[in-house]
Each structure stands twice: as C-alpha cells, then as structure tokens.
Design a binder for this molecule. Structure first.
Ligand code: SF4
Ligand code: SF4
Length: 427
C-alpha cells in the first residue's frame, strides 16, 4: 500500500500540515502552533513516519478516514526517506475570489464554515529553515492548495523565500490567473506557472469559473509568458478543463491561436468528471480527432494515454527510491530550461492532455491484497480494503459521454465477491 503522505507534505495556509489531500486533508499531522523543530513531522517519529510504518505492515494509517481517500494506491510499495521530500505543497491562502460550483472552497463559503487564512511569511521561513538545517532535499515546491494563491498579497515573496532556501527545487504555482503581475513576480525565481483558464472568451470562461474575467486571466498569462524575468523564463502552462460549453471546434482552434500568440509553452486539455463535463471529448482519441478537425498542426500535439501517465508515476516513484537517480534527474531538469529557452524563440506551444488517475488496476490490486490479508487471519484490515473498493465504486464514472455508476460485479466480477464473502464468513 502506498500513499503520497509519506513522500509529499501539504502545508496549509493556517500553518498546519495536513495528511496530504482528498479525505485526508481535514486531518492534521502537525498543529499550526507546533513549537520546536517544524520538520519533525517528516521524521520516522513524526506523522509521516507513522503513516509509513502502518502502510509497511499493510494497515491503513487512519482506519476511519483512509477507506474514503482517493490517495491510497495499491500498485506501489510504501516509500519514505526522511532526507528526501518529493513535493512540498504550500497553500498561500484558503480563500478565492471565484465561485466554481464543484470547488470545496465555494462549498465552505456557502455553508458559512470558511475561515479565511493567509500563510504567515515568518512561519514559512521557520518551516523551510528547519528542513534545510536537517539536510532534507526538496525536489519540488508547488504553491497551490484549497484556495487561490493570488489572493495572498505577499505571494511572490513566499515564492522567493522558498527559492532562496531551496534553489535547486523546481518551484511552481497553479492559479486561476485572476490577478495582477507585480514587479516582484519577475524576481521570485518561479519555474512554472499553471494558469487554469477554462475558456476562450468571457462567455465560455465564466460558465464554470463563476466571477472570472477572461481579459484579466489572459492578460496575466500573457504577461507571465513574456515578462522581464532576469534569468530563464518560467514555463507557462495553460490548463483547460474540457466542458460541454468550451469543447467546440472553433473554441479549440481559438485556444491554440491565443496560446501561440501569447507565448504559452504548453496548452494542456484536461478531462474531468465533474461539473458540465464534455460529452463530446472524453478520451485522448476523441481529443486527437477534435484537434485534427480544428486544424491544429499535428507536429505540436503530444497526447499521452492513461497508461503513459501510470508509467510517469512509476518513474517518479523509482526516482524517489534512489538518491543517485534523483541527483541525475535534478541535473537533467536544471539543464532543461536553458535548452527550452534556446529552442523557444518563435516556437509554438505543445498541446497535451491530462486526466484523473486510472483506478481499475489499483482497485484490482487492492482486492488481491485483501484476499491475502484474509488468508493470514487479518480480517479487520481486509474489511477496510473492501470498504475502500466499495467507496470508490460508488463514485460515478464517465463512459461514452455519460456519467454512470458501476456495480462491483461489473467492475471486478468474482474477485470482489470472493473477498466480500471471505470478510463476512471468517470471524
Ligand atoms: S490514504 Fe490515509 S494516510 Fe493517505 S492521505 Fe488519505 S487519509 Fe492520509
Ligand atoms: S478558482 Fe480554484 S479555488 Fe477558486 S473557486 Fe475555482 S476551483 Fe476553487
């Protein structure tokens, strides 16, 4: 059993460290007012070490939460190296100026339970300093969370701080691009900027990004792609969720034209199963046909598959397990911006796609592990795995342009039934 909570950390805007994401993010691994060494959470005695210990013995770290958590993976072994952090995710702010219908920030605001918080600059300094003094290597630092980073007035100073402590880490930010670009942004040392803009004009953007201003978002993206950065320019990625109101042939063409004109490095279409998802384009094959009809140049289209996404994830985990490979990958990555800058003058954006992780193989492995646990007499642990599989199966999936639920029999046949019977029968 693997969970990213042992290789990644999520520092929330209130200063606490959450149990990574999804169902776990409401559970704190380290309190906001923790005194002493703030890197203690990432040691064998801290929260991450305890999660690793449980996973290594085939146990769910939080039996009341993990069965409902999407982060759990059964295709990889647990990994934990207290001197190597694969990803530090930093949430600058937990508030947002938009009201996307499927976002939990919108939900909390409507329910009156949102307590706005901005990450304290001094707390981040202490946090990073404690990790640096303990000799932890951080591979990536990503500024995003459950809220919009640009609503933090000192965002770019936070980015600069992170880059000063960990100059070799790749720094990125994911934003709705509804903000200005102050001069300090160019000096922040940011390496990648992901702009979530799901449309090509005011009408198509504001159907989902409620309250969003297309001209503002486009202005932000263009300024970032062409701004006066002193060193290597950051890579600008346009993230475009495919909805039924923005997937037309002319809209795809327009997105390409806008991205090319703005100097964007990558136009990434994302398949989603939430909100008014696209019925027309639900797979890389559909997208390739749609882009071809829209007249995009085939040489710039690089659509991966679910399988290639899984391979990337396997590679990432392999890197994490080897210090030598990690160092080599770091060197290659640092050489990459120069190569990209050299090749970029006048170059066109790459067109890619991304999707939610494939789960069928993962759940199949979960059922096999559950059967092993029953055989070794651990019925309680097997029952938790079964409830995780049932929870995941209860979520609707997109198939043939429609949202539907799967039955356990349809998804896994006897594998699921056998485990369910074993769990019920052995007391
Ligand atoms: S699977 Fe469990 S340990 Fe992992 S993030 Fe979710 S709640 Fe936390
Ligand atoms: S822009 Fe992002 S944080 Fe803001 S409401 Fe939409 S999804 Fe949520």
């Amino acid at each position: 059993m693997y969970c990213p909570a042992t290789t990644c950390l999520f520092l929330r805007a209130d200063g606490s460290v959450a149990c990574w994401d999804d169902a776990g993010c409401a559970t704190s691994l380290q309190a906001a007012d923790q005194g002493g060494d703030l890197s203690a959470v990432y040691t064998h005695e801290g929260g991450c070490g305890r999660i690793f210990e449980a996973l290594s013995h085939g146990r769910m770290p939080f039996p009341e939460i993990c069965p409902r958590c999407l982060c759990l993976s059964f295709t990889a072994k647990p990994a934990f190296d207290c001197e190597l952090l694969d990803l530090l995710q930093i949430e600058p702010s937990n508030d947002c100026s938009l009201a996307c219908p499927c976002c939990e920030v919108t939900g909390r605001r409507l329910a009156g339970t949102l307590r706005p918080a901005l990450l304290d600059h001094d707390l981040l300094r202490r946090f990073l300093s404690d990790f640096m003094h303990r000799g932890v290597t951080i591979r990536r630092i990503d500024f995003q969370g459950h809220g919009e980073p640009l609503t933090h007035p000192g965002l770019w100073k936070l980015v600069r701080l992170a880059k000063d402590f960990f100059p070799e880490a790749c720094t990125s930010i994911c934003t709705n691009a509804q903000g200005d670009v102050p001069p300090e942004a160019f000096d922040s040392g940011i390496d990648q900027i992901d702009c979530a803009i799901d449309g090509v004009d005011q009408e198509s953007l504001s159907r989902y990004r409620i309250g969003g201003d297309f001209a503002r978002a486009f202005g932000f993206m263009k300024r970032m792609a062409g701004g006066p950065f002193p060193g290597t320019r950051p890579r600008v990625v346009w993230r475009y969720l495919l909805f039924e109101h923005n997937d037309g042939q002319e809209q795809l063409r327009k997105a390409w034209d806008i991205a090319s004109g703005a100097g964007v490095g990558e136009l990434r279409f994302i398949f989603t199963d939430t909100g008014p998802f696209s019925r027309r384009i639900g797979s890389p094959g559909d997208l390739a046909r749609a882009l071809d009809s829209a007249g995009l140049p085939g040489g710039r289209i690089r659509l991966g598959t679910r399988r290639s996404r899984e391979c990337r994830e396997d590679l990432r985990q392999m890197l994490y397990r080897s210090r030598l490979l990690t160092r080599l990958a770091g060197r290659c990555w640092r050489a990459r911006p120069e190569r990209m800058a050299a090749s970029r003058s006048g170059s066109l954006p790459a067109v890619t796609c991304d999707f939610h992780a494939s789960e069928a193989g993962n759940l199949r492995k979960a059922l096999v592990l559950g059967a092993d646990l029953v055989r070794s007499g651990r019925k309680g642990d097997a029952a938790l795995i079964l409830s995780h599989v049932d929870f995941m199966l209860a979520r609707p999936v997109i198939q043939g342009g429609a949202r539907r639920r799967r039955s356990a029999a349809e998804a896994f046949g006897r594998l699921h039934d056998d485990l369910a019977k074993s769990v019920r029968s052995r007391t």
